[in-house]
Write a new protein. Structure first.
Length: 110
């Protein structure tokens, strides 16, 4: 930590800045936040708010997976409908089956 940066950080903290729980995305250093303005006290970079990675809530990631599965299911149903080859039909059915199993698992653990 350079002297100038620690001085700046101390000044910011005195003015009511808070320590950020999320570390700097560049150097994993400690950052202080004031008025939506974050400053890393290790490397001095000021990444924009949108650069801070946000953890996707569990619920959201689950519904997304469900959406993907439902989408896949529609594609497979269409394929099955148009498929004339019996062997391929069986393959598609297998995929649909495993999709259904996965969907069931998701629904059982909300
Ligand atoms: Zn940094």
């Amino acid at each position: 930590m350079s002297k100038d940066l620690s001085k700046k950080a101390a000044e910011m903290l005195l003015k009511g800045a808070t320590l950020l729980s999320e570390s700097c995305p560049y150097c994993k250093g400690v950052r202080v936040m004031k008025d939506g303005h974050a400053l890393c006290i290790s490397c001095g970079r000021e990444p924009e708010k949108k650069d801070i990675p946000k953890n996707i809530p569990q619920q959201e990631s689950k519904s997304t997976l469900k959406e993907i599965l439902e989408k896949k299911m529609r594609v497979l149903s269409k394929e099955l409908e148009q498929e004339k080859n019996h062997e391929k039909q069986q393959e598609i059915l297998k995929s649909i089956n495993s999709l259904l199993e996965t969907m069931e698992k998701i629904n059982k653990n909300p």
